[in-house]
Design a binder for this molecule. Structure first.
Ligand code: PAF
Length: 280
């Protein structure tokens, strides 16, 4: 497995692979890899990648000033071991300085799908995500890139970026990987105390109840479902950041929840912000 820290060297190697006709996959991550990330690598294999490049980079540009950039969990040694075991061909581990010039001044901004949900609560977040993902696409030259459904809005925003500025990259979205308890795997779960972890179970439980109601009735008014979700999360001791129901393609709000819609939740367990979603 190759390890690159230098952007130009990664790009050169990837270009060589492309010229040899290899099918290239990119798995962008912020590291502290867990089974959710490893499932993205598995998805890359299933999609017949010849070479899989995993990027491990905590991207400062997508964090707000009061967010957890400094404390975001990092473990390079374990990440490398996991990538090797999972069958990655190359890992890209740049420093912020290796990726952003001191006078970096070009950003990619998606202006529609990124305005609500997490975008409304985390100003600048998707601008940072789009910018770094665009850079990674130009460096790794992937035929396809794999993202997790857990970041549902992120996948939609990236798809829109690819469409609207014509990246020759296919976006593959892999299903959410959960703990046995139902809690969606996340590097941020490491922040949770046992009590917070127990409270956090209410998130998926409430999403599943809503999916159950749609499965049973065909369509249900969102207002009453939302009230039920919020009640359940608050009762579990969580602070609800949002609970929204949207059209899965446009991310526009829906008033009546129908099969195929997405329900998305963000909630704080203590100081940790957790997100989860379900397609009903
Ligand atoms: O989903 C993530 O981990 C990040 O937002 C990504 C896509 C790696 C960009 O930094």
């Amino acid at each position: 497995m190759r390890i690159f820290r230098d952007a130009a060297k990664l790009q050169k190697w990837c270009m060589q692979q492309k010229r040899m006709g290899k099918r290239m996959a990119l798995v962008p991550t912020m590291g502290y890899l867990h089974e959710g990330h490893l499932s993205l690598i598995e998805t890359a294999k299933k999609n017949r990648a010849d070479e899989i490049v995993v990027s491990v980079f905590v991207n400062p540009v997508q964090f707000g000033p009061n967010e957890d950039y400094a404390t975001y969990p990092r473990n390079e040694k374990s990440d490398l071991a996991k990538c090797r075991k999972a069958g990655a061909s190359a890992v890209f581990l740049p420093t912020p300085e290796a990726l952003y010039a001191p006078d970096h001044s070009v950003y990619v901004n998606e202006e529609r799908l990124s305005t609500g949900l997490c975008g409304a609560r985390r100003p600048g977040h998707f601008r940072g995500v789009c910018t770094v993902v665009a850079k990674l696409f130009n460096l790794a030259q992937p035929d396809f890139a794999v993202f997790g459904q857990k970041d549902f809005q992120q996948a939609a925003v990236i798809n829109r970026m690819v469409r609207d500025i014509n990246f020759p990259v296919e976006i593959v979205v892999a299903p959410i990987v959960r703990e046995e308890s139902g809690l969606a795997k996340s590097s941020r779960n490491t922040y949770l105390s046992d009590a917070e972890k127990a409270s956090a179970l209410a998130i998926f439980a409430s999403l599943r109840e809503t999916a159950g109601a749609v499965a049973e009735k065909g369509s249900v008014p969102w207002k009453s479902q939302k009230a039920r979700i919020v009640r359940k999360l608050e009762k579990a001791g969580l602070k609800v950041d949002y609970a929204e129901a949207v059209d899965a393609a446009t991310l526009e709000d829906v008033k009546t929840l129908k099969p195929g819609n997405a329900v998305l939740v963000a909630a704080f367990a203590g100081r940790t912000r957790l997100i989860d979603n379900i397609i009903v």
